[in-house]
Design a protein around this ligand. Structure first.
Ligand SMILES: *Cc1c(COP(=O)(O)O)cnc(C)c1O
Length: 434
């Protein structure tokens, strides 16, 4: 499969070029250029298939010609020392837990694969640098996924404020490859700096600059694997249609589900589970999309008014908008309903959810009550409850255990450099450290 730009007219590129150059020259985003049929590769697998086995089996046909089975197995083994967990709650409901990675968020899955695949792609030649903006969670996941990867330096830029979730032993000045830089500005300033850095072609070429945010299709594509994995774990016991309920902010996860469907996953549809930031809901119902200012909610990683993946989503809808209206069902869950869902999940099923997973759970319950009682809904649990233990504890009225590897993410660290929000200062900080 080749990759094309969301904007018409560009040529198609290999996976390697899409991953290492990140952005097409026309200003769009890379998306899969065709629909590879993966059914013959995953339909015969079953619940005994491990996650690395699944990834190593479907990656070669998906990225046809670019990975042989040996290099795919190497990437899968080196990326995934953790796997998703599928928990069947009752006849109608399961949980796909994506919280077992090093930092407890589903983003660990896409980032771990991107880091391992980049190391493999660079094996013969070259170096690369990832540049990522983060307020916390993504930076922590990037620092864990990329630490120690040969040929790659990972620059993470943060807005004003404390920096947590990093291990100083992995920093460049201590012989590692992680370079955290604090910008004297806001998160928007960080994103503007990233756009400027990618726009500066000589600078980008000198360092082999690419991104570890979801604008990189090499982080989005591996999210397809866990939708297939959930199906393998459940298929023997499934009766009726299958739906996924996907807590959505920037819509990377939902898109990955749609790509999985395009590649042959037998799924009836997806619930786009949103908090009060539900501007995309109007679009999914057939109206024009109007971005809004984000509002604050308890599921803060989904407080997005103008999703960065909207351009990919609308490219997906361009071909068959009427089909898509039956495929993706929008649902909006407010804070009170989110907290109540955390309590119900605990009382009825004995599972702890964070507020993001609870948005997905509440939306799934509504679908089942609203006429989907003969089907099965899989809720994506996107964040570990221990990361927002206070809100889980308030909802369930009992303590939420915090595993040691997540407790240590709360520690503050000093960045390698603190600089003004200017591109020349960013270049100087990078040049000085590498
Ligand atoms: C990032 C994030 C989301 C939103 O995922 P998108 O792919 O941006 O829609 C949901 N839950 C948690 C815990 C997250 O960190």
């Amino acid at each position: 499969m080749k990759f094309i730009s969301t904007r018409a007219g560009g040529s198609s590129v290999s996976f390697k070029d899409a991953v290492l150059s990140c952005l097409p020259p026309d200003g769009g985003l890379y998306i899969p250029g065709s629909a590879v049929d993966l059914r013959q590769f995953f339909l015969y697998m079953d619940e005994s298939t491990t996650y690395p086995e699944l990834v190593a089996t479907v990656a070669p046909p998906l990225l046809e010609g670019e990975f042989n089975p040996f290099s795919a197995a190497r990437v899968a083994e080196s990326a995934f020392a953790f796997e998703p967990v599928v928990k069947r709650l009752d006849e109608n409901l399961s949980l796909l837990e994506l919280t077992n990675g090093p930092t407890g968020v589903f983003k660990d899955f896409g980032i771990a694969f991107l880091a391992a695949v980049m190391e493999e792609l660079l094996k013969k030649s070259g170096r690369a640098m990832t540049l990522t903006a983060s307020t916390g969670d993504t930076g922590s996941s990037v620092a864990h996924g990329f630490a120690g990867r040969n040929g790659i330096t990972s620059v993470i830029i943060y807005p004003r404020g404390p920096i947590r979730g990093l291990d100083a032993a992995s920093f460049v000045q201590n012989g590692g490859n992680i370079l955290p830089i604090r910008i004297d500005g806001t998160f928007d300033d960080c994103q503007r700096l990233i756009r400027e850095a990618f726009g500066d072609r000589p600078f980008a070429a000198r360092y082999g600059l690419t991104s570890a945010n979801t604008i990189n299709v090499g982080r989005l594509l591996p999210q397809v694997f866990y939708f297939l994995f959930a199906f393998l774990k459940l298929k023997r016991s499934l009766r009726g249609d299958l739906l996924f309920s996907v807590p959505s902010g920037n819509f990377g996860n939902l898109l990955a589900g749609l790509y999985a469907w395009k590649f042959g996953l037998p799924v009836r549809g997806f619930i786009a589970a949103m908090n009060a930031n539900d501007a995309v809901g109007d679009y999914l119902r057939g109206k024009a999309f109007a971005p809004r200012d984000p509002v604050q909610t308890v599921s803060s990683a989904m407080d997005v008014g103008n999703p960065s993946n909207f351009e990919r989503l609308s490219a997906f809808y361009r071909d068959a908008p009427a089909v898509m209206r039956h495929m993706v069902l929008p649902e909006s869950v407010d804070d009170a309903a989110t907290t109540a869902a955390m309590e119900r999940a605990w009382r009825k099923h004995g599972v702890l959810l964070d507020p993001h997973g609870a948005v997905g759970f509440a939306a799934a319950e509504r679908a089942i009550e609203g006429g989907f009682e003969y089907g099965h809904v899989v809720v994506l649990s996107t964040g570990h409850p221990a990361k927002r233990a206070w809100s889980t504890e308030r909802a369930i009225g009992a303590p939420c255990p915090i595993p040691e590897h997540l407790a240590s993410l709360g520690r503050e660290v000093d960045p390698v450099a603190s600089i003004p929000a200017r591109i020349d200062a960013l270049e100087a900080a990078i040049a000085g450290a590498c």
